[in-house]
Design a protein around this ligand. Structure first.
Ligand SMILES: [Zn+2]
Length: 190
């Protein structure tokens, strides 16, 4: 903290480290995951507008990344669905966005993020196919509460079975969604 003693060059009045996430900053993978989430937020969130749900999704992810163990990319993927939903861009993952036909529980489906979610085969669904149980946890993450109370399921903690390829599958869908809604060119990293 620099105190103002009448000098002219004080631009830095107060700085406070609110939280040190030491595990997070010690893991390159976790740092990457956190960095991508912050980039998503920068593209999705309006400037100078409070978005408490999005904020909760982000800080929840950073806190989770600060706990050793688990896959940072799996955590990132579920937090990404939560983030999208918190700003009103939830993907429809339970029925076809074109004809409204519900997708049977546990069945795989084609997801077209630019069209807003599942597209059934009859309606021309193609491209990225998502596994049924992966689809279910992504949908659950979208509905997750912004902040869970102690001991409650937060809806964005990856299940045990979720592996790196599952995370990659969901991250691919998220990349499409970010490109569609936020004009974010994921490949360039900007
Ligand atoms: Zn359809």
């Amino acid at each position: 903290v620099l105190e103002d003693r009448g000098g002219e060059l004080l631009s830095y009045k107060e700085s406070r480290v609110v939280k040190v996430r030491s595990v997070l900053v010690g893991s390159l993978e976790a740092m990457d995951a956190g960095g991508l989430a912050l980039r998503w937020a920068r593209h999705l969130l309006p400037v100078r507008h409070a978005e408490p749900a999005a904020w909760a999704a982000l800080t929840g992810l950073l806190d989770a990344l600060d706990v050793p163990g688990g896959s940072p990319r799996a955590r990132l993927a579920l937090a990404g669905f939560r983030l999208l939903s918190s700003v009103g861009y939830a993907l429809e993952l339970e029925r076809c966005v074109q004809c409204g036909r519900p997708c049977p529980e546990g069945a795989p489906a084609f997801v077209d993020a630019a069209r807003g979610g599942l597209v059934c085969r009859r309606c021309g669904g193609h491209g990225k196919r998502v596994d049924g149980r992966l689809r279910a946890i992504a949908a659950r993450a979208e509905r997750a509460p912004g902040e869970a109370r102690e001991g409650e399921d937060d809806g964005v903690t990856p299940p045990e079975w979720m592996g790196e390829s599952d995370a990659g599958e969901l991250l691919g869908i998220l990349a499409d969604a970010m490109a569609a809604h936020a004009g974010m060119d994921v490949s360039s990293g900007r």
